[in-house]
Design a protein. Structure first.
Length: 193
């Protein structure tokens, strides 16, 4: 049989851990690599959580398009007149699973005036992966890609979940980093209806 010395096994284990950690760090840096802003709008770099952004007068560009899990392309102007909650997430994010529970509660009580979009900020994720994620979890709202990192760049997203609430006139109203409870989502949506 093959005999492996304990010291060599320990060294091999340490090397493997270092390689795996290096890969994970590399993947997360790649996923959130800043992209150049090509639109004619400025990038928001500092956001105070849950501050009403209306006084900034920032309207979502009506030509923003996103590749959706069902194979369609969603142009944001298709949702004119709706309140939109954008859930910036990733399929590997465990905290996003908790956020899904809050989104389900908000969806159940506010569907109609509120449209929820879950968009992955991880550029390595595909439309197919988003469809599997949505289907496997039985989530009724639309899922897709943050195509060309539009939201990621605009709001300098470095953490998921990050949620963006847009009013029915197309103005960015709130940005929240981390999980956002169903009760707070409901309060914010009700305040802008």
């Amino acid at each position: 049989g093959i005999k492996v010395e304990p010291e060599k096994m320990a060294i091999t284990g340490v090397v493997l851990v270092v390689v795996v950690v290096g890969l994970l760090v590399g993947v997360s840096v790649f996923a959130f690599e800043p992209t150049e802003n090509t639109g004619n709008h400025s990038t928001i770099t500092e956001i105070t959580p849950d501050r009403d952004l209306l006084d900034l007068g920032l309207q979502i560009p009506s030509n923003w398009e996103f590749d959706m899990a069902d194979g369609s392309t969603l142009t944001i102007s298709d949702l004119d007149g709706k309140i939109i909650l954008v859930d910036l997430m990733a399929t590997w994010c465990s905290t996003c699973t908790i956020q899904n529970e809050y989104l389900q509660t908000a969806y159940d009580s506010l569907a109609g005036p509120l449209v929820i979009l879950s968009l992955t900020v991880d550029r390595s994720e595909t439309v197919g992966m988003m469809l599997d994620y949505q289907t496997d979890r039985g989530l009724p709202w639309d899922h897709g890609l943050d195509t060309d990192s539009k939201f990621t760049s605009y709001f300098s997203v470095t953490q998921v979940p990050t949620l963006v609430l847009i009013d029915s006139d197309g103005y960015f109203r709130y940005v929240h980093v981390g999980t956002w409870s169903a009760a707070v989502i409901s309060d914010k949506v009700t305040s802008i209806i």
